[in-house]
Design a binder for this molecule. Structure first.
Ligand code: 13P
Ligand code: ZN
Length: 273
């Protein structure tokens, strides 16, 4: 089977297109990855090419040895992922040491996977373990209001989570664990990957101050849906902040506890006080 005819490739490209249309990706801003199932790898094996050399990942992900991932390419405009998937995206194989990768499909006009390869792969490694293999998608975008929020809310997991939860009732239902935040760091390397992966031990989303958002999910719909929910809440938060720094009323601790009871949620109570 051709990669371009598969459900996973189409799902990947549709997610990219939806995210582009939501305005989350200036130019090449943001990047995505998907961990293929063994069945998916087998189904497209004839369309893969194993001639290219292995290159350094820039970090080590031993649990992912031998696995295959679909990635957006570095510098490729998200706007073109849907129409030009083979030119803008690739499938990579991780070597048996978990320190190298090679491109086995795509990037037909040249290039390499996203510069955030270390963060994506380290996140995959954590989430694969934490979810018994359920999570397969890592989604990174540059949503305006999430970024704006990181200039006016203290950069702690509790403060950012509480600001998001309080801005839209559905938020604690979608992310009862909350979100993590890391202070500004230079992107594209191992250091930010290590810090993000530490947060992914506890949360399914991590805010990068003054940069953007990473989400982890089991499928494409939940990945973009998660980012959409966080960004919408941040939008409401910033609109309220633009008008006043004094809320007349809000969703209270008691309200959150009631919600947790009604929806059967294990809400992160550390963030309620
Ligand atoms: P890439 O084009 O390398 O994916 O970089 C975009 C980005 O968002 C970096 O964080
Ligand atoms: Zn980015």
């Amino acid at each position: 089977m051709k990669v371009l005819d598969t459900q996973f490739c189409n799902g990947f490209a549709t997610m990219a297109n939806d995210s582009w249309n939501l305005g989350y990706h200036e130019r090449n801003g943001g990047n995505f990855s998907y961990r293929l199932t063994d069945e998916e790898v087998d189904s497209v094996r004839d369309d893969l090419n194993f001639d290219r050399p292995f290159a350094e990942i820039g970090t080590e992900v031993p649990d992912l040895a031998g696995m295959f991932f679909m990635f957006t390419g570095s510098g490729k405009f998200i706007r073109w992922v849907k129409e030009k998937t083979a030119e803008t995206c690739c499938i990579i194989e991780i070597d048996e040491t978990g320190t190298k990768y090679r491109i086995v499909w795509g990037l037909t006009e040249g290039g390499r996977p996203t510069s955030e390869l270390p963060t994506h792969l380290m996140n995959h490694q954590v989430k694969m373990r934490k979810t018994n293999g359920a999570h397969r998608v890592i989604f990174h975008c540059h949503p305006t209001n999430v970024i704006a929020m990181t200039f006016v809310v203290p950069l702690t997991d509790a403060e950012i989570t509480r600001a998001l939860w309080e801005s839209m009732t559905e938020c604690p239902v979608i992310f009862p664990d909350g979100v993590g935040v890391i202070p500004w760091m230079s992107c594209g390397g191992r250091a930010i990957a290590v810090e993000t992966a530490k947060k992914m031990e506890h949360y399914d989303a991590v805010v990068w101050a003054h940069h953007g958002l990473f989400c982890s999910a089991d499928n494409f719909d939940n990945a973009i849906g998660f980012a959409h929910c966080v960004e919408k809440s941040a939008d409401i938060y910033m609109k309220v902040r633009a008008v006043t720094d004094h809320k007349l009323q809000t969703i209270t601790k008691e309200n959150f506890l009631e919600l947790a009871k009604d929806f059967g949620l294990t809400i992160n109570e550390a963030f309620l006080n």
